[in-house]
Design a protein around this ligand. Structure first.
Ligand SMILES: O=C(O)c1ccc[n+]([C@@H]2O[C@H](COP(=O)([O-])O)[C@@H](O)[C@H]2O)c1
Ligand SMILES: Cc1cc2nc[nH]c2cc1C
Length: 359
């Protein structure tokens, strides 16, 4: 198999259709509802129309929650409030329908797909369709060793690419992206700091289950040490993902790049998907045009990454549970925006109803 060069994505990813966006804006001007009266819903609808290449925009019919799961070796360094190697329990709760994302996805009519990229558990504990994608069991402690070998990083990128193709081929018209892990926020913060050139303290947050001050200091030190290991490989995204990433983040990066190739719009969740977005943006600067930031989670590294990609979160609700929940919260708003843009009638003359003569 030939080696994967992420820079090739730069030519493969096109811009969403600017002409279509202008047509969508013009159509919006002909609707009876006054300009501005739908607030940011207009932006959402016009972004979606451009991604679809269609005016009027097509209502979202087949949204899908796609979650990548892994355990991170760095969790052994006491940087998470969850036990190292415990991410399979989060996956179990999603599959059992008892986690926030499952409850909301059911309510919103979105399917949920979980992909084990690198959990650290006996594969027998989870269904075959989840574990069959696993690239390796767990990952290295990124403060002292590589997370993955170069071959594993490439395999994880290819996994994400394959899943993006499967979703596009099966007619998914919007992806709600998320991650399930223990230790993932330390890895994501390291990637954000490395790519934004900031210090560990700027990106170190409290993670999933909030950590105490002592654990925060350990996390900050782990990110500082990992950053030293990241710097020499900053110019090579695959090497960077191998050094300080993990199978889930590499798969998400591949997924984001290939979804952009396939013109599938994606709603990003928290710091992990934002960090992967930054890596993908390095390879293909146009890729973020295909994404929407669902929610500001309050993790400092997420804000930094979104700012770099010029993405403005739809919601700001401080939801830090991950597993795609913040992204999923934005789905009804995107659906509302699309439904209004598609179904509100145009006025015949382009006048607003208040301008129309009544006699
Ligand atoms: O969305 C966020 O920004 C966010 C902030 C804190 C934690 N999380 C979730 O929490 C998990 C990892 O937390 P941690 O503290 O073990 O690094 C992983 O499943 C993340 O999706 C997510
Ligand atoms: C307005 C807008 C601009 C964007 N640029 C990238 N993603 C985007 C999403 C929206 C909604």
């Amino acid at each position: 198999m030939t080696t994967l060069n992420l820079d090739d994505f730069s030519d493969l990813i096109e811009r969403p259709d600017g002409g279509v966006r202008r047509d969508a804006e013009e159509r919006r001007g002909r609707l009876g509802v006054p300009p501005g009266a739908l607030g940011r819903l207009d932006e959402l609808a016009e972004w979606l129309a451009a991604a679809q290449g269609r005016v009027p925009v097509k209502p979202i019919e087949r949204p899908r929650v796609v979650l990548f799961a892994a355990d991170h070796g760095i969790a052994a360094g006491g940087v998470s409030a969850r036990p190292a190697g415990g991410a399979h329990e989060l996956v179990r709760a999603v599959l059992d329908g008892t986690s926030p994302v499952s409850i909301l996805a059911e309510r919103f009519g979105a399917g949920v797909r979980v992909i084990d990229a690198g959990l650290d558990c006996d594969p027998q504990l989870l269904p075959e369709e989840v574990v069959r994608h696993r690239v390796r069991r767990g990952s290295g402690r990124i403060d002292v060793e590589d997370a993955l070998t170069a071959e594993e990083a490439e395999a994880a990128l290819r996994l994400g690419i394959r899943i993006a193709d499967e979703e596009a081929d099966s007619g998914t018209d919007l992806v709600v992206l998320g991650d399930l892990s223990v230790g993932g926020t330390t890895v994501a913060a390291t990637l954000v700091a490395a790519l934004c050139g900031t210090d560990a303290s700027v990106v170190t947050g409290r993670g999933g289950r909030p950590i105490d001050d002592l654990a925060w200091m350990r996390k900050c030190a782990a990110i500082r040490d990992s950053l030293r290991r990241a710097r020499p490989v900053l110019g090579d995204q695959t090497a960077l993902l191998a050094a300080v990433g993990g199978a889930d983040v590499a798969a998400i990066t591949g997924f984001l790049l290939q979804s952009a190739v396939r013109r599938t719009p994606v709603i990003l969740d928290g710091i992990v998907s934002a960090a992967c977005g930054l890596v993908a943006q390095r390879a293909a600067f146009r890729a973020p045009d295909w994404w929407l930031a669902g929610q500001s989670s309050g993790e400092p590294g997420q804000a930094k990454a979104l700012d770099r990609m010029a993405l403005n979160p739809v919601l700001d609700h401080g939801v830090t549970v991950g597993e795609g929940t913040g992204a999923l919260l934005a789905l009804p708003l995107v659906q509302a925006a699309a439904a209004l843009a598609a179904e509100l009638p145009e006025t015949s003359s382009g006048e607003t109803p208040t301008d129309q003569k009544t006699d």
